[in-house]
Design a protein around this ligand. Sequence first.
Ligand SMILES: [Zn+2]
Length: 742
Amino acid sequence: MNKLAYLVAFLFLVVINSAFSQQHFCGTDHHHRQLVEQYPHLQKEYEKFNAQLAMLQKDDDYDSQTVYVIPIVFHILHQDGTENISDAQVFDQVAVLNRDYRKLNADTADIIPAFQAIASDARIEFRLANRDPWGNCTNGIDRIRTHETNFGRGQSKLNQWDRSKYLNVWVVRTIESGAAGYAHYPTDVAELESYWRDGIVILHGHIGRIGTGSEGNSRSLTHEIGHWLSLAHPWGSNNDAGAGGCFNDDDGVDDTPFTKGFTFCPQTPEQAMLCTPGVPENYQNYMDYSYCSNMFTADQVKRMRLVLKNIAFRANLITAENHLATGINLESPLTCAPIVDIRVNSRLACVGETVEFFDASSNGVVSSYLWEFGDDASPSTSADANPNVIFMSPGAKTIKLTVGNSAGTRTAVFERYIDVQPDVPTTYSWYHTFDMQTAEQFSELTYLNNLNISDTLPFFSHDQKGHGNKGSVRLNLFKNVTLDVTTSLPSTQESRYWLNLDGFQHAIVTPGFNLTNLSPVYFSFSYSYATRSPLPDFAPENIRVYYSRNCGKTWTTLGTTTQSTIDISSGLSSGGMSTYSPYVPTSINDWNIYSRPFNVTSNDLNTRFKIEFTPSMLSNDLYIDNISISSEIPTPPPFDPNEVPNIDAGIDDFTLAHQLTMSPNPVMSGNQLAISYRAGSDPMTFTLRDLNGSILSSVERLETNQPVLFSLDIDRNLPAAYYLLEIRSAIGVSVKKVAVVR
Ligand SMILES: [Zn+2]
């Protein structure tokens, strides 16, 4: 995808979100028009094919009593919410389809007399796949944890199974166009570059009659499969049910009368004679919007069956060979060994705190569990489905789960899955800067994202670039996948990641700090970021800063929303724009500093900070450096060994009260730093630390109530870098930055 395409895609999203915010029933026509805009010849293909169907309808080969059976797979896209519907809800939907497409529904009794004779058994049935495309045993329900459940767009169609072997249905939480579901006409997805779009996207609340489904919504899939088999709405291929004209458009089906369509259920046939006096319209058709649908007509059935005979990638579905390949040839489906997955109430926890684990396995009913939590856990193993566990020591915990049933057992290991913090941190009880110069510093932080594909994608890495010194955290958001689009788009999680960054969230979390002896406290960090395109101020990407006093279980923004947020309008794009290659900061000017005071309370024995980044589809790489708990706002520009800046010592109350000055700053190693101040009623201490908080030297001055001038020796072996001079008196503490040069 080139830059222009990104921009178009981005602007398009904005337009769609505002224009189609109202929930309407079916998005098939909307998506058809969208494709026709992109590929204008598709409209001609659609019309040509409809004309062919009209011709073929005269042949009665279609009309055999053979039942066509279609293997079906439901891909449940979820983020562990209610959209991760039960197997039973899916089974119930399949039962509804097999009832409606075989005219076994009890409400055929309600069909008005004018249509009783032509209401037809479609002789089409659906079976959940029992073999996946790789030959593995499947129950036909494929669960994928992904943020795409919030979009339901073309690119959300993860893990499409060969569309000539399976009907693919993706079940989601939200569809961004506002529809409840949508399909594609076969002609819209006939070409190779569009095959990955083939299938149906539908809301979880429109699956089955139980769980999150309902009786009233349970026929949405009956309707969408009609589109998938080339049926239009009875009033024509548009979305204007009840609003358009009578005769300006039509569905091309002979036995469905001209109609404007219905968005309500007429109470009598007379209320449904809006286009031709005395001719009742077929408001009870599954392809109408009346919500009292109960039938297909004979000619609609012919068309669907013709599609299943005449379009190659549909015709293969119903062959005996395909039934064998997809495992639906058996009398009753094989039981499959379960696929292991887990869920947890929080991946961040304190020592001694209960962590709630949940089985999230799929593909078969589990009859035995073996959880292994490690030696420091209580319990260290469990045979429960959803155990509660306490970890006794801090660290990154690896969890192992084995699940089994009569078909076999499977084990999965979840590396470093739970991040356990000490009750009261001892390592971080002093001002501290993660300047990211070493890989060790990089590994002291915790990195999270809202998708569990972190094992396969290097979201965060330790980078050589830095602000003031080498080393930073790089969040990788750019990869040129332009060449892969046609070949790898359909299935790989990886290409989906690079092309659909919006909706991801990535976070850097500090260890817990004991802040109780510190005041004042500022949380700050440097960042450098570029976009791939000029963005409007309302572009959705932002950094947001949070703190937590319970080891990371719950988070609060640092200040108000505005104070805790860096977005495009407040200087997020410090590095400007990098369109065609990964962004790399090249000068100090490419960096900005974020800093906010943090109000320390007596509860601040254990406080963590989180830097969360939400990208847009136009994001390039983000660099974070110098994550710091300090006594003052960092002073830009920072120290660079090659480019020594003048340092402003910083004025605060402490400095004013003691009339404190230091010079020279920067100071040469081996020289002396002259410090003058007015002593108060108590002695004062001057402690020089490195950025990790380690003490290099400490001096106590006993003078009281008098001006003092003394010299602090700067060790000749001290490397060029920033150091911190902590000064304590009766009135408080101040920490000054001292730059040492060689
Ligand atoms: Zn529709």
